[in-house]
Design a protein around this ligand. Structure first.
Ligand code: B16
Ligand code: MG
Length: 220
């Protein structure tokens, strides 16, 4: 088994729970458009880009709109979402995330962000997570959305790490597929039913250590 030299983290749902703010902002938009948008519907938007999320939302509502109107609605949703994340602080870092980031740094393991979000910098700065990253690749750097491996390949390149030495942490099926396509090992954060493509699945980063990861990878 290859040594772990770099860890690449998704943001929403892995390091911070911003999914709830995305959900509230999309639900408000759906209500204005005259239909219900449930938490179950919201599962389909995790890890998906903003534009693709809007298309899924409109499909659920059975609504077709011209591109210009869609751009306006996406901006409206984002403005609301930005209002929510402006109030975030370090209390919204998910359990175990900070300890594991610190352990990576102390062991000399390189750390990159690999997020679809164009708001990643605001979230990292507001929660105080920015100093833990050697490279930050987010939705402002990529041209193809997960499950395309671009975001993780750019991360590995920025860290000068071979994909075989990288581990991706993801809460979305599309992100796990992106990691596999990048030739990287993956840790699914969430339930084994939705993240069956991951090498290992854990409920959260709580209690995760580099040596436990190495042992888990050796046994799969
Ligand atoms: P924004 P991740 C993703 O972040 C979210 O999971 C997804 O729900 C969101 O639509 C996407 O970012 C785009 O976010 O509207 O802020 O650009 O999970 O890849 O960190
Ligand atoms: Mg995510």
């Amino acid at each position: 088994m290859s040594e772990i030299k770099a860890c690449l983290f998704d943001l929403d749902g892995v390091l911070v729970d911003t999914a709830k703010y995305h959900y509230i902002a999309w639900r408000e938009l759906a209500e204005e458009l005259g239909f219900q948008f449930t938490e179950q519907d919201n599962e389909r938007l995790k890890g998906v880009s903003r534009a693709a999320s809007l298309n899924i939302l409109l499909e659920i509502g059975g609504i077709e709109l011209p591109e210009a109107e869609k751009a306006r609605l996406a901006e409206q949703k984002n403005n609301r979402y930005v209002e929510y994340i402006a109030k975030m602080d370090s209390s919204e870092i998910l359990p175990g995330a900070l300890d594991f980031l610190k352990e990576c740094r102390s062991r000399g393991i390189k750390v990159a962000l690999g997020s679809a979000s164009k708001n990643a910098m605001t979230i990292l700065n507001n929660t105080g997570l920015t100093p833990y990253f050697d490279a930050i690749i987010d939705g402002t750097h990529t041209s193809a959305a997960k499950p395309d491996p671009e975001v993780f390949l750019l991360g590995a390149q920025a860290l000068s790490a071979e994909p075989a030495h990288c581990v991706v942490f993801e809460d979305a099926e599309a992100g796990i597929l992106a990691a596999t396509r990048a030739g990287m090992r993956s840790v699914g954060i969430g339930s084994p039913e939705t993240l069956s493509g991951a090498n290992i699945v854990v409920p959260s980063l709580a209690g995760i250590t580099v040596s436990r990861l190495q042992e888990s990878f050796a046994s799969v």
